[in-house]
Design a protein. Sequence first.
Length: 182
Amino acid sequence: MLDFILGGQSMTAFLVIGAVGLALLLLSLVLGEVFEGLLGGFELDTGGGVFSGPVLGAFLASFGFGAALIMYGTDVGVGLGALGGLASGLAVGGLALLMMRTLVNMPTDETVTTQGLEGSPGIVITTIPDEGYGEVTLRHHGEQRKYNARATERIAAGSQVRVVAVLSTSAVMVEPATATTD
């Protein structure tokens, strides 16, 4: 029946399906979220990326090439070739889905921001003049980072300081660590 529908070009049709799947897989791997945005209109949220570009591409490539290989290597018809291709597509697509879910649910470190820097201790590495910026190093979220720093008074390099305000993503206001706050 499928041989009649495909007009005797069944192996070619399966090869085309495999090539389309491979192209979809490569596009989603190279273009990433840009390509996924193009597929956004077809988004069916099943909670794990079943219809994501890499999973669909892996399924289609394995289905198409698997069916063509089965038909080429044996004397089975289109129906059995398609059934074997479906089995290989489900196996490879399932593996791709498992890998996608693992990557999406991978725990990551918190994004480092300047929020919460107030009160952090630091060391002046470039003298902070009365009217201008110097540099300090601060340990924040387990990372040593360098910031531009201002102060209300001159603070020499090597001095211990404490952050009193965040001025921007790269600059802080500091005071000597021995200063008391009201």
